[in-house]
Structures are given as structure tokens and as C-alpha cells.
Design a protein around this ligand. Structure first.
Ligand SMILES: Cc1cc2nc3c(=O)[nH]c(=O)nc-3n(C[C@H](O)[C@H](O)[C@H](O)COP(=O)(O)OP(=O)(O)OC[C@H]3O[C@@H](n4cnc5c(N)ncnc54)[C@H](O)[C@@H]3O)c2cc1C
Length: 386
């Protein structure tokens, strides 16, 4: 067993950390206040190759040929970005380093990779992934959006909600039923809907309590006509694509949770050294010091589970158990760590001037993103034979 990152990965961590601190920090305040994803960060990241880490050269990416190395590299990028701003990191994940493009990378044809993936990796196009509907969240199989074949087109009807980047995306990988009778095995397809497609409109833009610098919207399809060439893979084969994209996203999101928790710990450590009560820094009180020690331990455990899951992704085994284990632990961890960090600040933790409240609010997303904690527990308990 070798738990060390390679020298290249250490350099990647150092450079992406520097990039995030220098380029993302100045964008946070306005982006969070206006609930706006600062898309201007994308071409900068594209130029430096950071958006290509998840994609091999044949897709126009800078990612390693070895899937394990590639996934670990991606987790490093997302962890470090989330350490600086979880919302902006989430916008980047949803736009490029995430579900829509995992699907196109793994199941799309050459033309789709050229049309969507290559420009996204350069930071020139924004992607999004849309599965959730008003009546279909955890129960993804109960989606109602349909696509009916009509000559050279599919005609889509239905409503989607909570689509990250949905209102600003150039293209969206949308989960639909092409044959409801067949159910998930043979009935679900993934179709790319482009901005401006006739019959496609954006509905409500959601105001969120955390991850405010990523945008989120409702999508409406009313007799929306999309060329048949926009289907990913074969008709009816969408369910395994969705499961693969969700599983891989759970690993990335665990890395993001680690980044947010790391930021909270660092803020609490600094504050515990600076804040004096009863004549000494509060960190000198064992109750506070032990809290910090516990936070560190929780983060390290989540980091290990996350990077182990990232490595396992390249081993071509069924690793749903390991992925959901990492995801569940990371979600519980970030909630606990950010709460303890907030408490370390006493009343100041409640004041918006200190970023620790942002980490605490941002942590809430990890409870449900890419499957709630209960869904992770379902996957884990089933794998344990329950
Ligand atoms: C900020 C944000 C960004 C998002 N981004 C996207 C996106 O880009 N694309 C996309 O498709 N979706 C996205 N989502 C949707 C997200 O994936 C769903 O919110 C999530 O899957 C949970 O679905 P739900 O909200 O409908 O909750 P529900 O499924 O209604 O769950 C409600 C509660 O019931 C529990 N529950 C449900 N079923 C079970 C069960 N069988 N056993 C035990 N407990 C159960 C849940 O754990 C939860 O506690 C986003 C959501 C938000 C808020």
C-alpha cells in the first residue's frame, strides 16, 4: 500500500491552491451576494489545463490516461477550490468537471465530444446535468419528462428543478423517458438540450442558503425540439449512464466536503490562537484544543476514504459500497466540523463578516447532493446484505 501523493500531485495541489487563493478569493463576496456564478473564471482555468484534469487527451483534456490517477488529480483540484469557495467550486464542477461531461466522456460519440466537451474544457462552454423533478428527487426512476421521436427530432415535455447552472448553461444533459413502459431498464435516455432550443425555457431561479455563488434553476420543456443526433449512446440506455455519473460525482463531492472542512479548521485554528479570554488564547483551553484535534481527525478520516474511493474508480470493480461510505462520512464530517468551527468563534461565528458562517451554510449541501445521506445508507446497507 502506498498512501502518498505523487510528486506531480503535490505540485498540482500547490499550484491549484495558489490559483484559487489568488483568482477566486476576489470573486467571492460579489458572487455570494448576487447569487451569481462568476463564469469569467472558466477560461482562466481552461488555459491552465485545470478544467481538463478529468478528461483524457482524446477528449481534449489534460487528464492522465490512468483513471485512478485522473480521479485523484480531479479530487485535488476540487478539494482545493472548495477550500477557498465551495459555491464557485460547485459551479465549476457542475459546468465542466462533473456529471454532464462524465456522461459525454464515457458514452458520447466523437462529434458530441468535439461539440460540447472540447470547448467546455477550454472554459468556453458551460454544461449542466438535469435529472431532478418536482416529484422525483431520491426516487429518480419516477421522473415524468418524456422525449418522443418525431422524424429527425425528439420532442421533450416536462419540468426539471434544482438544475445547477441550468439558467446559464450552453448545453444540458437531460434525463428523460423515451419509453415509460420499459421503466429504467430500457426506458430512460439522456438527451443534450442546447440553450435556445425551441420549446426550452428557464423558470424560477432558486435562492439558496449556501453555495450561493453557484446558480440553480428550474427548466421547462414544452414541445421542445431537439435533433436526434443529441441522444447520448443508444436510446433507452440512460439509466446506467446516470448511475455512473452520480457515483463518480459522489467521490468528487466528498473531496469538496473535505475542502470546506479544511477551510473551517484553518479558520478555527487561527482564531483560537488570536482570541484571548481569561488571560490566554482560547486554544490553550483543553476544551477548545480537543475540539480542534477532533476536527482534524474527522477531516483526515474523510480525506482517506475519499481518495481511496477515487483510486478504486480506476480499478474497474463494483465500488458502490466504498463510494457511498466515503460520501456519507464526508457529509457527516463537514456538518460536524463546520459546526465546531462556528462554535470556536463564539458569537463572532454568527456575524457575516467572518467566512466561518459561509463554511457552515455551505456544508448543508453535502447532506443531499448526488443523493441524500439516507440514500447513501440504503446503498451501504444493501451492499452489506440488508
Ligand atoms: C443546490 C442544489 C443543487 C442541485 N443540483 C442538481 C443538479 O445539478 N441536477 C439535478 O438533477 N439535481 C440537482 N439537485 C437535486 C438534488 O440532487 C436533490 O435535491 C436530492 O437528490 C434530493 O431529492 P429531493 O430534494 O427531492 O428530496 P426527497 O427525495 O424528497 O427527500 C426528502 C427526504 O426524504 C428522505 N428519503 C427519500 N426517500 C427515502 C428512502 N427511500 N429511504 C429513506 N429516506 C428517504 C431523504 O433522505 C430526505 O431526507 C440539486 C439540489 C439543490 C438544492
Amino acid at each position: 500500500m502506498d498512501f502518498s501523493f505523487s510528486p506531480e500531485q503535490e505540485i498540482l495541489r500547490k499550484t491549484i491552491r495558489q490559483f484559487a487563493e489568488k483568482e477566486i478569493t476576489p470573486l467571492i463576496e460579489e458572487a455570494e451576494e448576487k447569487h451569481r456564478f462568476p463564469i469569467e473564471i472558466l477560461p482562466k482555468m481552461g488555459k491552465l489545463g485545470y478544467l481538463g484534469v478529468s478528461f483524457p487527451a482524446e477528449c481534449g483534456g489534460s487528464g492522465n490516461e490512468d483513471i485512478s490517477i485522473r480521479k485523484i488529480d480531479e479530487c485535488i483540484v476540487l478539494e482545493e477550490m472548495s477550500r477557498v469557495c465551495a459555491g464557485i467550486a460547485f459551479g465549476i464542477q457542475a459546468a465542466v468537471i462533473g456529471a454532464p461531461n462524465y456522461i459525454i466522456r464515457d458514452f458520447g460519440n466523437d462529434e458530441q465530444k468535439r461539440k460540447y466537451l472540447a470547448p467546455a474544457i477550454k472554459g468556453e462552454k458551460i454544461g449542466a446535468f438535469s435529472l431532478t423533478e418536482p416529484n422525483a428527487g431520491s426516487d429518480a426512476a419516477s421522473i415524468r419528462t418524456t422525449a418522443v421521436s418525431d422524424g429527425d427530432f425528439y420532442v421533450l415535455n416536462g419540468n426539471k428543478i434544482f438544475c445547477t447552472n441550468g439558467n446559464i448553461a450552453d448545453y444540458i444533459t437531460v434525463a428523460v423517458y423515451t419509453d415509460k413502459e420499459k421503466g429504467v431498464k430500457g426506458g430512460i435516455s439522456i438527451i443534450v438540450v442546447e440553450k435556445g432550443a425551441p420549446g426550452f425555457s428557464v423558470g424560477q431561479k432558486f435562492k439558496k442558503i449556501g453555495h450561493r455563488s453557484a446558480e440553480n434553476a428550474e427548466l421547462i420543456f414544452e414541445d421542445c425540439r431537439v435533433p436526434q443526433a443529441n441522444i447520448i449512446g443508444e436510446e433507452g440506455r440512460g439509466w446506467p449512464m446516470l448511475m455512473a455519473a452520480l457515483n463518480e460525482s459522489r467521490v468528487s463531492d466528498s473531496a469538496r466536503a473535505v475542502g470546506v472542512a479544511q477551510a473551517a479548521l484553518e479558520a478555527a485554528l487561527t482564531y483560537a490562537k488570536e482570541r484571548t479570554q481569561f488571560g490566554k488564547p482560547i486554544g490553550k483551553f483543553q476544551a477548545v484544543a480537543f475540539k480542534l484535534a477532533h476536527m482534524h481527525t474527522q477531516i483526515e478520516a474523510a480525506r482517506s476514504l475519499t481518495y481511496k474511493a477515487a483510486w478504486l474508480l480506476g480499478q474497474k470493480k463494483d465500488i458502490r459500497l466504498e463510494i457511498s461510505t466515503a460520501r456519507l462520512f464526508a457529509a457527516e464530517m463537514v456538518s460536524s466540523v463546520t459546526t465546531q468551527a462556528l462554535e470556536t468563534f463564539g458569537g463572532y461565528g454568527f456575524i457575516e463578516d467572518f467566512p466561518v458562517q459561509r463554511y457552515w451554510r455551505d456544508a448543508r449541501l453535502f447532506y443531499f447532493g448526488y443523493g441524500t445521506e439516507e440514500i447513501q445508507k440504503l446503498v451501504i446497507s444493501r451492499a452489506l446484505g440488508m
